[in-house]
Design a protein around this ligand. Structure first.
Ligand SMILES: *Cc1c(COP(=O)(O)O)cnc(C)c1O
Length: 289
């Protein structure tokens, strides 16, 4: 499956009454479980795990995490074992939600930890503990963002994308996907990230992965924070889907799309700007929050 490249992904130009053009790159169509950007983020991580002779991957996520779903499925497909460290020990006593049930079906061993414990996920002591508890694993950080993920995300853009568009838009969680797109982008292009979370920390997070300057992140459309939503956003999804027949979810892609529409309405972009919007998928987690 990792042989599949972004070359085969469909482009859909939106029918808009606007002075700019918007084309959607449908990474959501790559696969229902490994949708969109997660495919690119995992690719080199799995290849590296294999290289190191490891047959188990371990990663971290919340109960609705697209990254958990994608990792479980990729592991299943490539014959790896997988362990998911899941935030929220109370979840162990509840029925699994669709994301976790699917992950478990694909063979992921779910390990529920308290929020306090989960916050230790970057601390060496905790990682050592996990290494003892789950020996011989290849660790992928929360959200899947590491240098190998960014290497993979550079492959989201192809040569035509660099030629045919002036602005590239992408939804932002950890910023790994955006960093890969920035690294691949051409100097004349501008890369715009629409954050699903509130806060300035993402600016620094992305800066550590790139020296380029042709990008910007806004959190103005995050609807108050991660997995938060508003009646307006839900309404936007309904009317967008009815008009353009492209599915959106409320955690990432709808915030990006509604943000872009707002900027277009404010005449933020010069006339005839050619905008490429990366649809990062995430539809497995549609009912998150
Ligand atoms: C994970 C995810 C993102 C964010 O990717 P990052 O690399 O963490 O910024 C965006 N959109 C969707 C649908 C996702 O699942």
């Amino acid at each position: 499956m990792f042989d599949q490249t972004a070359q085969s992904v469909a482009y859909q130009k939106l029918n808009l009454d606007a002075a700019v053009s918007v084309t959607v790159k449908r990474l959501d169509q790559i696969h229902p479980q490994i949708s969109g950007n997660k495919f690119f983020k995992l690719k080199y991580n799995f290849l590296e795990a294999k290289q190191q002779g490891l047959n188990k991957v371990l990663t971290f996520g919340g109960a609705y995490s697209n990254h958990i779903a994608a990792t479980a499925y990729a592991a299943h497909l490539f014959g790896f074992k997988s362990v998911g460290i899941i935030r929220g020990e109370e979840l162990a006593r509840k029925a699994l939600n669709p994301t976790l049930a699917t992950a478990q079906q694909f063979g992921m061993q779910l390990h529920f930890v308290s929020r306090e414990q989960y916050r230790q996920k970057d601390q060496p002591e905790y990682l050592t503990e996990l290494r003892q508890q789950f020996p011989e694993h290849f660790m992928i950080p929360e959200g899947g963002t590491n240098p190998l993920a960014i290497q993979g995300c550079k492959e989201i853009l192809n040569a035509e994308d660099l030629q045919n568009y002036d602005v590239i838009c992408c939804a932002v969680g950890t910023g790994g996907t955006l960093a890969g797109i920035i690294e691949a982008s051409s100097g004349h292009q501008k890369v715009l990230g629409f954050s699903a979370l509130k806060g300035d920390f993402l600016q620094r997070d992305v800066q550590q992965w790139t020296n380029k300057q042709n990008w910007q992140i806004t959190d103005a459309y995050c609807c108050g924070g991660y997995a938060k939503t508003t009646p307006e956003l839900l309404q936007f999804i309904q009317s967008f889907e009815a008009k353009h027949s492209i599915p959106l979810e409320q955690v990432y892609t709808a915030k990006m799309m509604s943000g872009l529409f707002d900027l277009i309405e404010q005449n933020y972009f010069p006339k005839d700007t050619r905008i490429l919007l990366i649809h990062t998928g995430g539809l497995q987690g549609r009912h998150a929050g």
